[in-house]
Design a protein around this ligand. Sequence first.
Ligand code: HEM
Length: 447
Amino acid sequence: MTTDISALPRPPLVKGMPILHSLVPILKNPEQFVRQKYNDMGDVFRVRAFNRELTVMAGIEANKWMGVEKRGLFTSEINWAEFTEKANCPHMLIGVDGECHSYQRKILKPYFAKKSLVDRLPMMQEIIEKQVQSFDNKVVSVNPWLKNLMSNQVGYVMQGREATQEETDAFMFTQNTITNIWMFKRWPSLALLNPYYLRAKKVSDNFRSKLIAWNRDRSSKSLETYMDKIEEGRKGKPEWFTDGDVEAHAMLPYVGGVDTAGGTHCFILYELLNHPELLPRLRAEVDEAYANGSPDHETLDGMNDLHGFILECMRLHPTGFALNRNAAEDFEFGNYRIRKGDELLIFTTATHMDERYFPEPNKFDIERYREPRNEHRQRHVYTPFGRGPHTCVAATLAEQQLMVNFATLLRYTNFEAEVPLEKLKKKYSPVAFMTDNFTVRFSKRSV
Ligand code: HEM
């Protein structure tokens, strides 16, 4: 029997204030807000925030649909339309669906495969080892430090060169401003006239042009760069790689990688400080891994305690906790009617706190990820890197980066919080970090 979708009711609406509706709690802590409403209202509901309406879809069924079963029901193109139009990049990987997206992923796949990352591991290590050498009783402001570290590692490993601190600050500020205006609609477009933004944009545009020119003109091609893959894609399908698309793709690793990976590192550092009882065990594993110098790929793969710690942090603090999409057609979900074009928020990590899949979900437990429990391997439930065709293209690289950076920090440094941990809160702008008062004192550890 086929359901008459038009006869179904709309998903229930979250009650909010007049005019602003739920805008204030959403801006303050969107993850907590959506989780609370999910607990109260179930797998599907609508939320209004001033003049926008979002339909939230959550739970294992939503994850299944996003993953494989009904992925055609969801589009990224509408959500990114203003961004791709104004930035003149109609085929940017993250904002395009269908054949064009599949082609781009196919081109990039070998570049992000584990085999290709093996050669880049020492480059990643070089950057973090250089940084920790200066950590001699040094107080570090965690958020800017991590953004800079992510940018340096992504730049060096993928583009063959690092961005300066000024360039990183400039392109991250530029990206944040335009995504908050054009995509998340959190800021008014007046922010584009802010002189600080205009200065940052200039530095950012200049950096991007230098990056593309440097990649094309470099004499040694011994290291295949990510931009080489973009140029390869352009040769095969020039219509899907206009000049504007190539420019946007040059910046995509930073757009996709600096905040998501930076925020994840931030929460892991926070949890290390929050769980001093686990440090001796983690350090023992790390010291063993360093028995013959900096650990290689296989050694890192065998570090179950550190890996479990990282996976547990990503379960509890997923920086990409939900995905923005639009409905590509009318459909039914949970006996409610979703209309073509509806703005959707797929709360993919709702399952992370579901005791059916992660018993005692509030307990910090690094044993979940070992045999025989392997809770993260249950299908459709562990999703820190998203679901479906746009799942993080760099997930393997990101996991490698997390392992390398925390193995190095645990090996060579001692660290203590400079601010009581209870004074830290999560902030979202839009990706989650701890508040900017998160400072840590690093000192050298004798090994
Ligand atoms: C712990 C670190 C990271 C997390 C938690 C993370 C999370 C995510 C998530 C949830 C998505 C899906 C977005 C969506 O479907 O709308 C995504 C996509 C993406 N990520 Fe990551 N990411 C991380 C690191 C990185 C890094 C280091 C890079 C680049 C070097 C990167 C590049 C990308 C790109 C380009 C996409 C878009 C893929 C596509 O549209 O096909 N990410 N990431």
